[in-house]
Design a protein around this ligand. Structure first.
Ligand SMILES: NC(=O)c1ccc[n+]([C@@H]2O[C@H](COP(=O)([O-])OP(=O)(O)OC[C@H]3O[C@@H](n4cnc5c(N)ncnc54)[C@H](O)[C@@H]3O)[C@@H](O)[C@H]2O)c1
Length: 434
């Protein structure tokens, strides 16, 4: 298939890099977002999200004359949907007394509805948003059928998930292997033709529901494996073992690769996507459900460690280092570190949090420090929650000069306990009972 013009709906972390990359590869692209602020920002040649290299790519796309933005779609050869699929805030599902979260598919529904008036015979529609299994067949196809055209017969319809790593999106968009699941083989082929415009990684064609499952399986696999690492951290604590040493020895087995425990699992993918399986098949997903429970409970385990180190938490001043959901990113969404801070405060502690990647973050209910000094100044204990590069290199002797705290709790195996003890700190580590 030949693609002269495409329309990308949703210009966020996924849609904007995708749209601007197509445009810099010679395709006419209309980027569509319902948020007028985003559209106006892009029309001015500025960008609204932080992603290395994105500003230059968007600038090049605009300068090429191939990239336009609007709040409304237009006729095109292909339509890509990259809108958010978060949880519903106000509803949960229940199975056998166990509550589970539900995907909010309203943005996918309204994006598909917006395409209907512009859909023509021979077009291709691709859903990229992470979605519960069978969304392409059972939600998107029936909406698009309102055009009088049938998916697979009159137009091509496919699902192609995004697996890019924030911070590396522009490179991974091009280099990663890409799965394209069509509602029929011709649709998968049309999707492959489209993405091969810029994708250098392998393009794997399959059916739409397989592609939806692949995306969810990847993130669920990681969630379940982190859950077992977190459970090992609790067992090691019970049996007086250093979990980090035990994992490193176990991983010398040629067929074992245990992941690292930590204060929990966060971000907008790994802690979200497994629920899409639970929601659609609660009777088949006890392992996935329980892994989510284990990981969501890990911040409580961290609070118990802090209590062990400090005793009663009421009125205690604590410096929390790191709020992001993983090292060296500025993304605080669904972060277990923020959950730890909230739980410590619930116990009566006065917490000051320092996040070097987002010093100006406005986090409701969290007292943000202006800098490291501000966080440490009055603290009685330091709780390390994220393995940011900035924190790895902190010298205990230097920290001692900045604080009266003599207790550190390391939840991410970052600091050498001997060095901190030499500098007069008592050290509590996740997964290590002294
Ligand atoms: N960000 C990632 O690293 C990542 C990785 C893999 C998969 N995903 C998935 O990709 C999808 C998009 O994620 P994102 O991070 O780009 O989201 P985002 O919130 O950054 O951007 C989504 C954009 O869509 C717009 N939008 C909402 N409804 C719309 C509609 N009806 N029409 C047009 N625009 C609309 C929003 O205004 C927003 O600008 C989600 O399903 C997400 O789970 C994201």
């Amino acid at each position: 298939m030949n693609f002269k013009k495409i329309c990308v709906l949703g210009l966020g972390y996924i849609g904007l890099p995708t749209a601007s990359t197509f445009a810099t590869h010679g395709v006419k692209v209309l980027g569509v977002d319902i948020n007028t602020h985003i559209v106006e920002t892009l029309q001015r040649g500025e960008i609204h999200i932080h992603e290395p290299g994105l500003r230059d790519t968007v600038k090049a796309a605009l300068a090429s004359g191939n990239f336009n933005v609007s709040t409304k779609p237009e006729e095109a050869d292909a339509f890509l949907i990259a809108v958010p699929t978060p949880f519903l805030d106000d509803q949960v599902g229940e199975y056998n007394g166990q509550k589970y979260k539900l995907a909010d598919m309203r943005a996918v529904t309204s994006a598909a509805e917006a395409i209907v008036p512009f859909l023509r015979k021979g077009n291709l529609v691709v859903l990229e948003s992470t979605s519960p299994p069978r969304t392409t067949l059972e939600l998107v196809a029936p909406i698009l059928a309102r055009s009088g055209l049938e998916a697979g017969r009159d137009f091509h319809l496919a699902y192609s998930p995004e697996r890019v790593l924030p911070g590396q999106i522009l490179r991974e968009l091009i280099e990663n292997a890409r799965v394209i699941g069509g509602v029929n083989p011709d649709s998968a082929q049309a999707g492959a033709d489209l993405y091969s415009i810029f994708v250098k990684g392998e393009i794997v064609k399959t059916d739409a529901t397989t592609a939806e499952m692949v995306k969810l399986m990847e993130n669920t696999y990681r969630d379940v494996n982190i859950a077992i690492a977190n459970e090992f951290s609790r067992l090691a604590d019970k049996f007086g073992v250093d979990v980090w040493e035990a994992i490193s020895i176990a991983n010398r087995h040629p067929r074992v690769k245990i992941l690292s425990p930590g204060p929990g699992v966060g971000g907008h993918c790994i802690s979200v996507d497994p629920w899409f399986f639970v929601e659609t098949a609660p009777e088949l997903t006890p392992l996935i459900y329980n892994s989510r429970q284990v990981n969501d409970a890990q911040p409580h385990f961290v609070v118990e460690l802090v209590k062990r180190a400090l005793g009663e938490l009421k009125g205690k001043k604590i410096a929390a280092l790191g709020l992001a959901y993983k090292p060296d990113v500025d993304d605080l969404r669904e972060s277990p570190a923020t959950e730890v801070v909230h739980l410590l405060q619930k116990e009566g502690a006065q917490v000051k949090a320092w996040e070097p990647f987002k010093p100006d973050a406005n986090m409701p209910g969290i007292n943000m420090a202006r800098n490291l000094e501000d966080a440490l100044k009055d603290a009685e204990a330091i709780v390390l929650l994220v393995r940011h590069t900035d924190f790895i290199s902190l010298s205990p002797l230097k920290v001692r000069e900045m604080t009266r705290a003599r207790v550190v709790v390391d939840t991410v195996n970052t600091w050498n306990p001997n060095e901190w003890m030499k500098a007069d700190f008592s050290v509590e580590r996740l997964g290590v009972r002294k």
